[in-house]
Design a protein around this ligand. Structure first.
Ligand code: GLC
Length: 429
């Protein structure tokens, strides 16, 4: 069966699932569909939607949960949108997809609506806005902000009288602590072949003064600073026994579960893990802290900017109703509630000084700059191509199918090929 056939089947499946789940709305009621995350995200979205229905009795929103892996969700969205399906009206998009989807014509430009509603754009974190724009126009609005964080066992470091790691060199020494407290793992990070791995490796590169592109937009993947950190990650697994080989199969949730069971000393993860690790039943509740990521000798700690935006499907038959929903989800009150419930931090600067959030997330005050300074991945419609190449070669390096040198050389050549093919040499950042 061709790709077209697969798309038709998926879209029919989606239409069937949605019609089976939702009873026909009463006359005069407009139905919408919103796609977003599953698990606690879905449960909380449903709570907010109940409130939305109370305030807007003429609108009814069905929630379509989607895979939690960024890469899997991307594939699903591309399948829906490339067939110009109108089924989903509002999409929770990863910050990295907006330029790609906007360039394809799949997202409704929002500038006029934003101006009309008087939304204060300068309130948003700059990286969130930058990721939501394509060719100067807003095609989405930031919904939550992610930045990579280092979770560490405060109790173990305290008992050993040691400071938690600040540099890559400190990280390499975690084996002693792991042995002393009988933990199977030192440092956990998501190393599966997917988007999460790209975030981790880019953070290491940026925090060592490297990166994929330089300030002028020239491709600089194959450079000594990047080689150094990729080698350090490999050494963590094979030489230092700080990270298990299993990280090559881990996503964020695998890391979170293992850390929550008390198996690890350190973990790289996003803010969503914080409330979950403190919930009843977690073996590490009240025993861990959060810090900026480790950095290289000449670098400073740089976190990858992640998170989600809300966009409206350009093929939606109910764009005005969809906009009502987007506006509701982006009210200050709802963004704050979402942070309180899910630990997914708001895209608005001022909420980082909110006393309730500061009480619930003590790290917020000291790490506010981490969020403000977090660096976006390259903002380009070609990002999916670039990421796919990086995923493959970073993963091969971690599993020793390629040396770090080979991984970067080959990655660089392949990315250069993509940029050439699309006439974008030197244009990416
Ligand atoms: C988180 C981030 C997202 C990133 C993904 C990678 O969901 O918010 O931006 O792409 O993790 O796994």
């Amino acid at each position: 069966m061709g790709l077209f056939g697969v798309r038709i089947i998926l879209c029919c499946w989606l239409a069937l699932v949605l019609s089976a789940c939702e009873a026909a709305p009463p006359a005069g009621v407009i139905s919408l569909v919103m796609a977003g995350g599953s698990g606690p995200e879905e449960a909380f979205a449903r709570e907010q939607l109940t409130e939305f229905h109370r305030l807007h009795p003429h609108l009814r929103v069905a929630y379509q949960s989607t895979p939690s892996s960024a890469s899997d969700r991307h594939t699903l969205y591309v399948t829906w949108l490339s067939s110009h399906s109108p089924e989903i009206d509002v999409l929770n998009l990863d910050v990295i997809w907006v330029p790609e989807f906007a360039a394809a014509g799949w997202l409704l430009p929002l500038d006029a609506r934003v101006t009309g509603a008087g939304l204060p754009l300068d309130e948003f974190l700059p990286a969130g806005l930058a990721c939501s724009r394509y060719q100067g126009r807003l095609h989405a609005l930031p919904w939550f902000a992610d930045a990579g964080l280092l979770y560490y066992r405060q109790d173990l470091y305290g008992a050993a009288g040691l400071d938690p790691p600040r540099t890559f060199a400190d990280l390499l020494k975690v084996r002693g602590l792991k042995k002393r407290f009988g933990r199977p793992y030192g440092f956990l990070f998501p190393g599966q072949t997917y988007e999460g791995l790209v975030c981790v490796v880019l953070e290491c590169m940026w925090s060592n003064g490297g990166g994929i592109f330089d300030a002028a937009g020239r491709l600089t993947l194959d450079q000594p600073r990047n080689r150094e950190v990729l080698q350090a990650l490999v050494n963590l697994i094979y030489q230092e026994e700080v990270s298990p080989l299993a990280v090559a199969t881990f996503q964020e949730e695998d890391c979170r579960h293992a850390f929550e069971q008390g198996y690890a000393v350190l973990m790289r993860n996003w803010p969503y893990a914080y409330p979950l690790l403190n919930q009843a039943g977690s073996r590490v509740a009240g025993k861990f802290g959060v810090l900026p990521l480790v950095h290289g000798p000449e670098g400073r700690s740089v976190s990858c900017f992640g998170g989600g935006c809300l966009g409206i499907n350009a093929f939606s038959r109910r764009p005005d109703a969809a906009w009502e929903l987007v506006r509701f989800l982006l009210t200050r009150k709802n963004l704050k509630q979402r942070a309180q419930k899910l630990g997914m931090l708001p895209p608005l600067r001022s909420l980082y000084d909110d006393p309730d959030l500061a009480a619930q997330f003590p790290y917020l005050k000291s790490l506010k700059e981490v969020f403000i300074q977090a660096r976006p991945r390259p903002i380009t419609p070609l990002y999916s191509f670039i990421s796919h190449i990086l995923q493959v070669h970073f993963s091969r390096a971690l599993t020793r199918q390629e040396t770090p040198r080979e991984a970067l050389e080959r990655g660089q050549a392949e990315i250069a090929g993509v940029l050439r093919r699309f006439g974008q040499e030197g244009a990416a950042k």
